[in-house]
Design a protein around this ligand. Structure first.
Ligand code: UCC
Ligand code: FAD
Length: 590
């Protein structure tokens, strides 16, 4: 008789996603729709390559970054304060690879004009599984580059922007973003950090305490500080209270000699996830900095970073979802239970289908906004479609997408873990790490409530015009479906949802209704996300069907078209009930 031992007996076939880009029809078909044929063809080899890298060297680096986390050596053996931040070799290597792969540069070289952003973000999405949380400093670097591009001085462009967007590892700079202080991160109006003009150094001297700094090893940082005005008539103590007393500053974190620029690393944070990232509390004492943009316009000026990094958060969530779906499907093809493969069991299949539906909706919504960002960055902003459509719509939808994708990605991480049974709960499968890491997207770069309130800010600032653009856009997307009976239920559902959303905003847009509007803000944002995601799934399905019809012998295209339609209709037909619940419930919308 042979007994099972560690060596003898059943061994589970190991699930392995070989190449996320080649194995996932969703991303490729969205890119194909959003880009001209020649651009799509030209970037495809790079997307295939980055997946190969992510699965091999990248996966190994992520493991090493997790096993050997950053440490702080605060004093040397002579009791001298040194504040040595010790990051792993793997983390440092990621920086060089990020530069070589152009994960920031692609967006600013604009080789493909308005499509450059889509290319960059698609690459980032596929790079993330091999980069791990190195995507965090890259997001802030991208945001910093955008601010300098928009409002930086020529000197900042020559000395900093050129390095943030460089492909040369020996020149490449990363950036931090220091906003949060002990009195508040959502509300930065009580910021204690101060900037005083140093006439001798002809620069600003910044002092205070920054409560969270993720990219503590960054080369430069953008930070907010309360500006000392030499004119005492401005305010008592030469400073203005509140967030409108803050200005934006750019500083080197270390000098050319490697010494910290007026920074003491007070402590490294002990976090639930993002363990590879050296997040610290920082004491600033005379950090030499340059002001960026107008005095007292700090919040407005840093918002360009926020809007880019929030997009990175959504891309990070989309990437995680893609991984969950591909891995869960792959496991279902190999794991036997009750004499059958998981993939053949109706209930498990339904679980996988729900995950895939959420992933499809999220990738549509994310890439839709990325394409819009690309147009704003590359085209003349006075073009009516950019000025009157893309700019207000991107402003409205960025916080909605950030909040919605973060909540949904975390929820999906739990489902993905369960799909692997007990193995899912093991650190070795990596789902636990991604679950912890993806969770932070609900908090950093603004919590869910702050995102929902940002939506109300946009509504108030535009007097409802942004909502009009949103509704008109969705109606335009569904117009081609109206004449087709098979789409009647979906179109009706989308239109009724738009009415519900508009009624809710109108009803509470009075001084008396403000509190109720605020309390419903999350539900409204979720509803708006679900509706536009539905319209985008429909729009994609129409495109997919046209592609299949244009080439009837292409069996793959025709099967993809049927699947696209199935998912779009499934999403839309359940929508009205969900949206009705979301906009009438307080805080139980997800
Ligand atoms: O968490 C952080 C980094 C972690 C690492 C992240 C890596 C990402 C990786 C992803 C992939 C892995 S850094 C800290 C992030 N902190 C936040 O996100 C702060 C959250 N709080 C907010 O967003 C608040 O809403 C505040 C701070 C913006 C509120 O400030 P105020 O001063 O009270 O706001 P006001 O007075 O309403 O707005 C001031 C001005 C207004 O314009 P003007 O001056 O023309 O009236 C607003 O319209 O700023 C404008 N504004 C904006 N403009 C405010 N927000 C925005 C915006 N998002 N876009 C454009
Ligand atoms: P609070 O603002 O105190 O929020 C507490 C609760 O109040 C939340 O539920 C929030 O949604 C809610 N809330 C706040 N305002 C309102 C309102 N008006 N109405 C209703 N509810 C509200 N910051 C940086 O500047 N740089 C960094 O590099 C950085 N890195 C980070 C890395 C990690 C891993 C983490 C976790 C955070 C990081 N942060 C960083 C800080 C982060 O941006 C803030 O923690 C976040 O913006 C929330 O601010 P807070 O911690 O002060 O929470």
């Amino acid at each position: 008789m042979v007994f099972a031992t560690a060596d003898v007996g059943f061994k589970q076939d190991v699930p392995q996603v070989q190449n996320a880009f080649l194995e996932d029809p969703v991303l490729a078909s969205i890119l194909e729709r959003l880009m001209p044929k020649d651009v799509f063809a030209e970037i495809t080899p790079d997307l295939v390559h980055i997946c190969e890298w992510s699965n091999t060297e990248g996966a190994e680096l992520v493991k090493r970054m997790e096993d050997d986390q950053p440490r702080l050596r605060q004093y040397d053996h002579w009791c001298r304060r040194v504040d040595d931040l010790l990051v792993t070799e793997a983390w440092t290597k990621q920086k060089a690879i990020a530069a070589r792969e152009g994960v920031v540069a692609i967006a600013y070289e604009r080789k493909y004009g308005q499509y450059s952003r889509v290319y960059q973000m698609a690459k980032l999405m596929l790079w993330t599984s091999g980069a791990g949380l190195y995507s965090c400093p890259i997001a802030m670097t991208d945001g910093c580059a955008r601010v300098i591009e928009l409002i930086g001085t020529q000197e900042m462009k020559d000395q900093v922007y050129s390095r943030l967007t460089s492909r040369d590892p020996s020149k490449f700079f990363t950036s931090g973003q220091w906003m949060t202080e002990r009195p508040g991160g959502s509300d930065i109006s009580r910021t204690e950090t101060q900037a005083v003009w140093d006439e001798e150094k002809k620069a600003w001297s910044v002092s205070g305490f920054k409560w969270f700094s993720s990219a503590t090893d960054a080369d430069v940082t953008m930070l907010l500080a309360r500006t000392h005005d030499p004119n005492p008539s401005i305010a008592p103590g030469n400073m203005k209270d509140g967030s409108r007393g803050l200005s934006l500053y750019l500083a080197r974190v270390r000098g050319d000699d490697g010494k910290l620029n007026g920074v003491r690393i007070h402590r490294l944070k002990d976090k639930v996830g993002t363990k590879a990232v050296p997040t610290a509390e920082l004491q600033l004492e005379g950090m030499i900095a340059q002001q960026v943009g107008q005095t007292y316009k700090g919040v407005k000026n840093i918002s360009a970073i926020l809007n880019i990094t929030r997009m990175h958060c959504s891309m990070n969530c989309t990437s995680a979802m893609q991984g969950f779906v591909l891995q869960a499907k792959e496991y279902a093809r190999r794991r036997m239970v009750f004499g059958m493969l998981l993939k053949d069991l109706p209930l498990h299949l339904a679980t996988l289908a729900n995950m895939e539906l959420q992933y499809r909706a999220t990738s549509q919504f994310t890439l839709y906004l990325v394409a819009m960002l690309g147009r704003i960055e590359a085209l003349d902003n006075n073009l009516p479609e950019v000025r009157d459509h893309d700019i207000p719509l991107l402003r409205l939808l960025t916080p909605i997408l950030k909040m919605w994708s973060a909540k949904n990605a975390f929820a999906m991480s739990q489902e993905a873990m369960e799909c692997f049974g007990g193995q899912g709960y093991m650190e070795e499968t990596g789902i636990g790490r991604i679950m912890r890491d993806v969770l932070v997207n609900t908090i950093w770069e603004g919590t869910s409530n702050v995102m929902a309130l940002d939506v109300l800010r946009v509504m108030a600032e535009t007097g409802g015009a942004a909502l009009q653009v949103y509704s008109d856009t969705i109606r335009r997307m569904t117009t081609p479906l109206k004449s087709q009976p098979q789409w009647a239920k979906s179109v009706k559902s989308l239109e009724e949802c738009l009415v519900l959303i508009a009624i809710r905003f109108t009803a509470y847009s009075t001084p008396d209704g403000r509190k109720t509007l605020e309390a419903s803000a999350r539900g409204l944002s979720f509803a708006m996300a679900d509706v536009i995601a539905g319209a985008l799934l429909c729009e994609h399905s129409v495109w997919s069907e046209a592609k299949a019809n244009a080439n009837p012998s292409n069996k793959v295209a025709s099967s993809e078209a049927s699947v696209d339609k199935l998912f779009a209709q499934r999403w839309c037909e359940n929508l009205y009930r969900r949206v009705d619940h979301q906009i009438h419930s307080l805080g139980q919308e997800e």
